[in-house]
Design a protein. Sequence first.
Length: 202
Amino acid sequence: MNLKNRLGKIGSLINAISVILFAICMIISFDFGSYFVCIFLSIGFIMMIAAFEDECNENTRTAGKIASIFAGIYAVLIMIVYFTQCTTVLNENLSNEAMKILNYKYMGLLFNLDLLGYGIMALSTFFIGLTIDIKNKKDKALKTLLLIHGLFFIGCLIMPMTGVLVNSADETSISGVIALEFWCLYFLYISILSYMHFKDNK
């Protein structure tokens, strides 16, 4: 197996493990754990997208490059958000004003950047979905899921602008947790199919 497929498999596996751990941490309300695993999710995602880009032909190369650029932007935003949560927010005695800005739970600036990051991630999956060369049913399912995942960009971009999330800033709503659990299941399926894709392409 060449290095590209090996890194693609590793990245996909990191993604799968990360979303499983994130889902568990959300259920048991383990904040540090849910923040920490998202840092590794961003690393795995870059590895996965880069491996897909390496498969692009002349016709799909532009879409692959766009996907990789968006993956990098997503990773930077997410690392800033969750590294801040794991360090400054959890370890320092911040004022109320600072907490409202930096604490993810208050749905302020950092929460909005988090949503923007995952919106950019959705764009990355959409563009990389355009590059998938369908060779079997698994590739077809993967391509479909990646393209549909791109629709999350719209909600992630628009919702913070409406201000509707601010009213629930004091506590995590059940509907929000359910939505995140659904996303974890959706992205887990993408990660598994991606792993199988790189495994089959020896």
